[in-house]
Design a protein around this ligand. Structure first.
Ligand code: DAH
Length: 345
């Protein structure tokens, strides 16, 4: 008996497989899929034919239909996977991935040298019981000068080249000393032992030795019975930890309106350092800070009674200390953000 309905199915299978084999890319495969398995595809038509067959032919046709369906479906799935794999291989060959190449390292940041030195200063004073107290960079002229015993037209004001803002009576602080007033007024009548770090601003012509902005660290201790010996001990302990255990400290008398008596503090420079002469201008001594016993008028401005308490204060420039430690001879390097300089720390 020729031309059994199942023969049509076999023909369909053979055609399907042949056309599938002829597909060269994924797009053609998908077109093949809709031609055979789409809603109006060949398989739907073959399935529909089942209904029109005589009853005795139905089971054989059904079975054969299922077999062909599975065969074509699995051939299609395999072909699709094969094409995907081939596409991946092609792209890998076109853009080869060399897994032996070293990875790209991420540049690692570090602390700015000014931050590093400030943290060293904090650590040393923290060990001596000083708290860090921050105050504002924009100050009143009154706190920057008047309350520090420098009324208007006082000649000592000439020591600070000031940036005045357009608001009358408001300046960029020229030193951290106005912070003393803030702490005293907040703490009075309790004793004080703080350092006040922060940025200061002066209207300078920028050169290797002067910048318009720089850090200072102010120190202030107030209480009953504080003497110059306490100041000397504190400064000596600081200098030895910052610059080395053998350092000698020299104290010279000086003048600041907010301290009485006022001093300047030098440390001796190691004799074996080749930069010694240049750094110390041939003297062997280097100034590291101004200091003194807090002037009674300043204590009063802070709310304290100078007959009951005394205090000492000091002010130092951490950038300057860093320059000394590393023989850096240009202060402008700190805020230029040149990585060749910054990476060395
Ligand atoms: N404020 C001073 C300056 O900027 C430094 C200074 C000197 C601070 C003596 C003090 C001090 O607290 O007692 O030049």
């Amino acid at each position: 008996m020729a031309d059994l309905p199942t023969d049509d199915l076999k023909t369909l299978e053979a055609e399907g497989l042949a056309e599938l084999a002829a597909c060269t890319d994924e797009a053609q495969l998908r077109a093949w899929n809709s031609k055979f398995f789409g809603d109006k595809g060949a398989m739907k038509a073959a399935q529909a034919k089942l209904g029109s067959l005589p009853k005795d032919q139905k089971p054989a046709y059904g079975q054969e239909f299922n077999r062909v369906k599975v065969a074509l479906e699995s051939a299609y799935t395999a072909a699709l996977a094969g094409k995907k794999e081939a596409a991946l291989q092609a792209s890998l060959t076109a853009n080869p991935l060399d897994v032996t190449l070293p990875g790209r390292s991420r540049p690692r940041g570090r602390l700015h040298p000014a931050t590093q030195i400030l943290r060293q200063v904090y650590a040393i004073f923290a060990d001596m019981g000083f708290q860090v107290y921050r105050t504002r960079e924009v100050e009143t002229e009154e706190r920057n000068f008047d309350l520090l015993n420098m009324p208007a037209h006082h000649p000592a004001r000439d020591m600070w080249d000031t940036f005045f803002t357009t608001t009358p009576g408001v300046v960029l602080r020229t030193h951290t000393s106005p912070g003393q007033i803030h702490v005293m007024r907040e703490t009075c009548p309790k004793p004080v032992r703080v350092i006040l770090p922060g940025m200061c601003y002066r209207n300078e012509a920028i050169s290797t030795r002067s910048e318009i902005q720089f850090h200072q660290v102010e120190g202030l201790a107030i209480g009953e019975g504080i003497t110059m010996a306490d100041l000397k001990g504190t400064i000596t302990a600081f200098a030895r930890r910052m610059f080395g255990p053998d350092r000698q400290v020299r104290i010279r008398s000086s003048y600041f309106p907010f301290t009485e008596p006022s001093i300047e503090v030098d440390i001796d420079w190691p004799k074996d350092d080749p930069n010694r002469d240049r750094l110390t201008k041939g003297t062997g001594w280097l100034e590291i800070m101004g200091a003194g016993m807090v002037h009674p008028s300043v204590l009063r401005a802070g709310g304290y009674d100078p007959d009951r308490v005394t205090g000492f204060a000091f002010g130092m420039g951490p950038q300057r200390m860093l320059m000394l430690k590393h023989a850096i001879d240009d202060i402008r390097l700190f805020w230029q953000n040149d990585l060749r300089f910054l990476r060395q720390f």
